[in-house]
Design a binder for this molecule. Structure first.
Ligand SMILES: Nc1ncnc2c1ncn2[C@@H]1O[C@H](COP(=O)(O)OP(=O)(O)O)[C@@H](O)[C@H]1O
Ligand SMILES: [Mg+2]
Length: 386
């Protein structure tokens, strides 16, 4: 989705990133959930200054599906570029990216790596190429291995990577090694108080008072997702908040998102859960699962889900997806995976759903998702640069 609005308070960060890209460097944006990485990425993607832009956004649900990240990323590569590959590399990449039927013999990982490298070199032969990957932390490991291999061999080409990675603390592993060198790592920091005021004004007009804005700033510690959710919750109140009264909303981003999800009609729950559990949710996929995605969804109206013109469905923020999944009762999660397994055409995807369905009361996963969301709030401060 292309947003034309300029992000609030990011002029300096955008300038740093643009100048790095303009001088042939790759850029890795890092920060906790909701701090505004995708927003900065979108703003940079709007005026990319590259002849060829290939873009993908990884999702947590697809992290176990091999090569899905590359399928997405290379979807925009021209057929002509594929045509330049020698036959055995072409066969390997076509098999790996499911461009042809599955090969009969196992495909050779090295051939896939070489094929992607050659493909990118062909694309960059006479033009500049920018690869954009959002949520780098979720790219499936096979795709990551290919990108890692390729990154070390791109010196002297005009190929750069612009990526965003969720990073909440020093203990988080980083995929910075997927970035071709030289690469600039930029921390996406929380917004300042005056930026928070601007953001609230932009979203909610004059309905948020200065005092409320200050409280929202303090509660959110400048995390824009938290800011907009608090603003929304405040606006939904019919009576104003008295000066000494605490903000009438949960003090954790995770709890706030759960509360918002809980306001949706019961009838939309299957849509939300199937969307959260699927790797590539779409209107057609949900229909195959026996759920119709009618017009006028409350989840769409309230800005939680987006149905793209091509029928793809996505949450407006991955934390919403995580909370829908984490909050669903285990039997409902199992039955969603069961249904998705029935309609999946890709065997890997089917087995992933089956495993998830059989393994339903997975408190560990729910807990770790919840902890991740909590950590995002707690660590609204910029992550230490690695
Ligand atoms: N600088 C900004 N100006 C205006 N809105 C922002 C800004 N940064 C983030 N937001 C809003 O906050 C929410 C979370 O931002 P997002 O970019 O999705 O965060 P992240 O990718 O780091 O999780 C989105 O609704 C986005 O529109
Ligand atoms: Mg994001």
């Amino acid at each position: 989705m292309v947003k034309t609005r300029q992000p609030v308070g990011r002029a300096e960060l955008l300038a740093q990133a643009r100048s790095a890209l303009a001088t042939g460097q790759s850029v890795l944006l890092r920060g906790p959930a909701g701090v505004g990485k995708s927003t900065v990425l979108d703003a940079l993607a709007l005026r990319p200054r590259a002849a060829v832009v290939l873009r993908s956004a990884a999702a947590e649900a697809e992290a176990e599906l091999p090569y899905l990240g590359l399928i997405d990323l290379l979807d925009g590569a021209s057929e002509a570029a594929f045509g330049t590959l020698p036959e055995h590399l072409r066969a390997a990449i076509d098999g790996a990216l499911l461009r042809t039927a599955l090969p009969e013999t196992p495909y050779d990982q090295l051939a896939v790596r070489l094929a992607v490298l050659e493909l990118l070199r062909a694309l960059a032969a006479d033009r500049s190429v920018l690869l954009i990957v959002d949520d780098l932390q979720w790219i499936d490991e096979p795709s990551a291995e290919v990108l890692r291999f390729v990154a070390r061999r791109l010196e002297g080409t005009s190929i750069r990577l612009l990526a965003a990675e969720r990073f909440a603390g020093d203990a988080d592993p980083s995929r910075a090694d997927l970035c071709p060198q030289p690469c600039v790592q930029l921390t996406v920091s929380p917004l300042s108080e005056s930026d928070v005021v601007d953001l609230l004004r932009e979203r909610f007009g004059g309905s948020v008072t200065r005092r409320d804005a200050q409280r929202i700033y303090r509660a959110s510690r400048g995390n824009p997702l938290y800011v907009t959710e608090l603003g929304r919750a405040l606006r939904a109140r019919t009576t104003p908040v008295a000066p000494m009264e605490p903000l009438p909303v949960p003090d954790k981003l995770r709890a706030l998102l759960s509360a918002r999800i809980a306001t949706l009609p019961e009838s939309e729950r299957p849509i939300l859960l199937l969307t959260a559990a699927a790797a590539r949710p779409s209107v057609a996929l949900l229909e195959r699962c026996g759920v119709s995605v009618g017009r006028g969804l409350e989840a769409v109206r309230t800005g939680m889900l987006v149905v793209e013109p091509d029928g793809a469905i996505r949450f407006t923020h991955p934390l919403l997806c995580e909370m829908v999944y984490a909050d669903a009762p285990a039997p409902e999660r199992a039955s969603a995976h069961e249904r998705l397994a029935e309609v999946a055409t890709d065997p890997v995807e089917r087995s992933r759903h089956l495993a998830a369905a059989r393994d339903a009361p997975d408190e560990t996963l729910a807990r770790s998702l919840a902890e991740a969301a909590d950590a995002a709030r707690l660590r609204g401060a910029p992550a230490a640069a690695a």
